[in-house]
Design a protein around this ligand. Sequence first.
Ligand code: CMC
Length: 441
Amino acid sequence: MNSTVSNDNNPSATLSFSDGSPSVTMPIYKGTIGPDVIDIRKLYGQSGKFTYDPGFLSTAACNSSITYIDGDIGKLLYRGYPIEQIAVNCDFLETCYLILHGELPNKSQRDDFVHRVTSHTMVHEQMSTFFRGFRRDSHPMAVLVAVVGAMSAFYADSSDVNDPQQRAISAIRLIAKLPTLVAMTYKYSIGQPFVYPSNDLSYSANFMRMMFSNPCEEYKSNDVLVRALDRILILHADHEQNASTSTVRLAGSSGANPFACIAAGVACLWGPAHGGANEAALNMLIDIQNNGGVEKIGEFIADVKNKNSGTKLMGFGHRVYKNYDPRAKLMRETCHEVLNELGLHDSPLFKLAMALEKIALEDEYFVKRQLYPNVDFYSGIVQSALGIPVPLFTAIFAMARTVGWIAQWNEMISDPEQKIGRPRQLFVGATERDVKPIAQR
Ligand code: CMC
């Protein structure tokens, strides 16, 4: 394919075919930053050929103005603002406002938004009955997929995707109720009563209280720990067209209601290659610790490098970041703060993580493949120090990512170019054949 600039200064690309078919010229579009895209929408009509890109390695599936990542230099921007500045200057709800509305809120916009979110934190009382149908040992993500999907049954009055007002209410409901649902999932699993939200607390402090208080004992909030949770939420709030966000967009492209779409995102996030990595990373550390600790790192790394072992260094590598994940740097900093605050800096698990990180950053296998620690390498250690049980880690990620999912969903619905998502395929199965009667098969 030759990329050319045509006379009228509209860049285009021409695709020529070795089989003599006529070549096809396609426009190239520029974003505000980042790689240009070739508009292939008319390619099939003009050439009868599809493009082939499993895993979307070279395909932009939409245009978006929410989040920008430059994976080569490790840059992450929410609405143009570097994540490093947001993490130190904003709290999670300000970040939500920014992601949803495109601008940082001023004081009165912030107060109004906080009020709108906090006045939606309770869930319908009937939902507690719904919880009781689950086994107590269910994985939290299994419960979360179901209860988020079930929100469509409870909040049908904000399910009309064509009504911008209802879309705005569903966004607030989802952001406000996810912490309540995640905390209920945890309480149910340990057999404790659900704790109602407390609207005089911040988003993160309220979540920690719903998690850790009980009718006999109030939770004593610690600013360092609340700030750490808030930072986890900020760092996970959006990440452009990742697997779960693309799932939400694809589900939403059919006109499905927002709660069903976000439930689809939760399901996709569950996988260990995506949101499940924080759980898998901590389990990996615990496993190494239980099998010899720091002494065994060499053996473990050798196992990771052996392609037949199927072992991965969880919390390392990223499809887009081929440099240090900027979220990992911030999470590493938070990790130190939390462990210092709790006097856990000498914990064997943390020492193990630091030793593993050092070796992996110097090892030729990882250096050559540009595998750096991602946010999940540290977020598991922080969450564990906060007292969050390992199986709940991905649910915390879902709570944070809800704002990104709903903002991306809303952006898609508002886009006049939006169409139902319908990928095509390279068919490699049987060609047409006749069904034989059963006696002849
Ligand atoms: N440990 C060992 N080798 C790895 C790892 C790893 N964690 N990640 C990638 N590789 C190797 C891979 O085997 C391949 O080697 P080769 O070229 O010899 O075949 C090479 O690096 C390129 O990897 P890839 O699988 O083609 O990369 P990808 O973009 O398809 O996968 C990934 C990205 C995140 C799925 C992968 O790096 C991974 O599985 N990492 C561990 C899971 C993890 O931490 N995921 C969290 C991602 S951050 C949170 C989020 O945004 O969801």
